[in-house]
Design a protein. Structure first.
Length: 185
């Protein structure tokens, strides 16, 4: 098996800094993402940045607005920049799966924002496309969400726990930053 593993950094954009998102979890997320990027670079492993470009004019992720820009923790140039307008990084431009296969990469590690939305969707699609997927849970964060049935609020921490249960083991492994870095050897 090829020993390369691509770090897929999903939607770490300034638009998520807006207070309208509400309560978030995991205040260490950004520090953990920065640690992953540093470790991947030190080991010469490929890094993919994913940016959400919204077609909605009022979205903080509309191209040309500050919210569309990456947060400062995304240092340096990625090996690939994928631009998407849906939840999965595998449905963007350029095509992530095609690039990974052309590079001989069979394994990915997913981190970014939001845990239960674009990160989880990217992880599920990766597994469906036969990539070996690792989800770095403590290098993601999300926000409280109103319950579908109107029965209160689902906390960001609970959403993260559910994502971890949804993904591991069905779609891949859920690990923390320390384990992800250690797996690089």
């Amino acid at each position: 098996m090829n020993d390369r593993v691509a770090l897929v950094v999903v939607d770490v954009q300034q638009g998520f800094d807006h207070p309208d998102w509400g309560e978030r979890n995991n205040p260490a997320c950004e520090e953990n993402i920065a640690s992953l990027i540093e470790a991947w670079r030190a080991k010469g492993q490929p890094i993919v940045y994913v940016r959400h470009d919204s077609a909605e004019p009022d979205s903080p992720f509309t191209p040309g607005q500050r919210g569309n820009d990456f947060q400062e923790i995304l240092s340096g140039e990625p090996d690939l920049l994928v631009v998407k307008s849906v939840n999965s990084a595998f449905h963007g431009d350029p095509d992530l799966a095609t690039w990974l296969r052309a590079e001989g990469i069979e394994r990915i590690a997913v981190c970014g924002i939001q845990t239960n939305m674009c990160c989880e969707t990217t992880a599920r699609v990766a597994a469906n496309l036969d990539f070996e997927m690792t989800f770095v849970l403590d290098a993601t964060h999300t926000y409280d969400l109103p319950a579908h049935d109107g029965g209160g609020t689902i906390t960001a921490d609970e959403l993260s726990r559910v994502t971890a249960s949804n993904l591991d083991p069905e779609f891949g492994r859920v690990v923390d930053t320390r384990e992800a870095v250690a797996s690089l050897g």
